[in-house]
Design a protein around this ligand. Structure first.
Ligand code: SAM
Ligand code: SF4
Length: 336
């Protein structure tokens, strides 16, 4: 078992930021095609370019030995990866022995089948993406998703004892009229809610500028009805949290465009191809897959230090007419 290994240096980047949070995209595939995330016709990676579950587990072991304390599995949709339970159980064995937390971000469509497995493996909290509670609107945003699957997943997750946070991408003209009712519903259900600004990642065949909604405006709108008290609570991710008066839940705001959160960034990301990206908004990366396949773990370890030197001071997301995507990578490849 890979406890943090005192003989190995912890991961600190060139700016002194301690890296303790790893997001792993376990697949680029997904059963939905959310308009802000993917194009309708996506070209997915050939299987041999994607890390096997065993390779992901070995790399996770190494990262935990180098001081990663929190791992989030994401994608694509992590629960469409065959035998995902094997990986969750394998990484879950480190919880309390090096790893503090294993979490997952999911679209919820297959959660009903997997929630118990997640809880049994030591997962305590999950993020479920839900941009609308209206069945037709949900089907529109996801290009064909069936919302009843997500509601069934949420019920099973609650029964399994998993704490749920709802992720909602705030989209002007699509779901902005639903933000307050989503907040109140989350209050009734006991789910925290995180609102996310749409980020310019990958070509989706649609213009995200049309739907970009700055969350500073949304927060003002919410404040008109519910007092928001900023909290010092952090989960290791980019969200800034607020207590919502009278609701007993937290509201998180992820504002890559209106308020950059890079100064205290502790995160790195591993794509399903084994590329380590030090920042969601930059193309610089280090390829662990070739090193692992050619030289095994000893060949990978020096690359961690190379990757740390690549971490930039800040992302440079902008949204505006003609600016296109900040990176050609879709969020589903790098892992949201
Ligand atoms: N399929 C899972 C899901 O939807 O939760 C996990 C992967 S998804 C890429 C992770 C999160 O990224 C989701 O909450 C999704 O809404 C968000 N996301 C995807 N593309 C985005 C974009 N361009 N801007 C902002 N958030 C995005
Ligand atoms: Fe799939 Fe998640 Fe992207 Fe939607 S946001 S297309 S569910 S990966």
């Amino acid at each position: 078992m890979a406890m943090a290994d005192p003989s190995r240096p912890l991961m600190t980047d060139g700016l002194g930021r301690r890296i303790s949070y790893l997001r792993i995209s376990v697949t680029d595939r997904c059963d939905l095609r959310c308009r802000y995330c993917m194009a309708e016709k996506m070209q997915f990676l050939p299987k041999n370019q994607v890390l096997t579950l065993e390779e992901i587990a070995l790399l996770a072991d190494l990262f935990i030995a180098r001081g990663i304390r929190k791992i989030r599995l994401t994608g694509g949709e992590p629960l469409v990866r065959r035998d995902i339970g094997d990986l969750v159980r394998r990484i879950g064995r480190h919880i309390g022995a090096g790893l503090e937390e294993l979490t997952l971000t999911t679209n919820g469509t297959r959660l009903a089948d997997h929630a118990e497995m997640l809880a049994d493996a030591g997962v305590r909290r999950i993020n479920v993406s839900l941009d609308s509670r209206d069945p037709e609107r949900f089907a529109h945003v996801t290009r064909g998703g069936k919302i009843e699957q997500v509601f069934a997943g949420l019920d099973t997750a609650r029964a399994a004892g998993l704490a749920v946070k709802i992720n909602m991408v705030a989209l002007k003209g699509v779901n902005d009229d639903e933000i307050l009712s989503m907040l109140r519903w989350c209050g009734e259900e006991g789910f925290d809610l995180t609102l996310i600004e749409t980020m310019p990642l990958g070509d989706t065949g649609e213009d995200r500028t049309d739907h970009y909604l700055p969350l500073t405006h949304v927060a003002d709108l919410i404040r008109a009805d519910h007092a928001l008290t900023p909290l010092s609570h952090r989960t290791g991710g980019p969200a800034r949290y607020h207590a919502v008066e009278g609701m007993g839940i937290k509201l998180g705001l992820i504002t890559p465009l209106t308020q950059n959160f890079c100064a205290d960034c502790n995160r790195i990301r591993m794509t399903c191809e084994g590329k380590i990206f030090m920042c969601l908004g930059h193309e610089d990366h280090v390829d662990f897959k070739s090193a692992l396949r050619e030289g095994g773990l000893p060949a990978v370890e020096p690359l961690i230090d190379q990757a740390l030197r690549l971490k930039p001071a800040a992302h440079d997301f902008r949204i505006g007419a003609g600016e296109g995507a900040a990176t050609r990578r879709h969020m589903s490849v790098t892992g949201g």
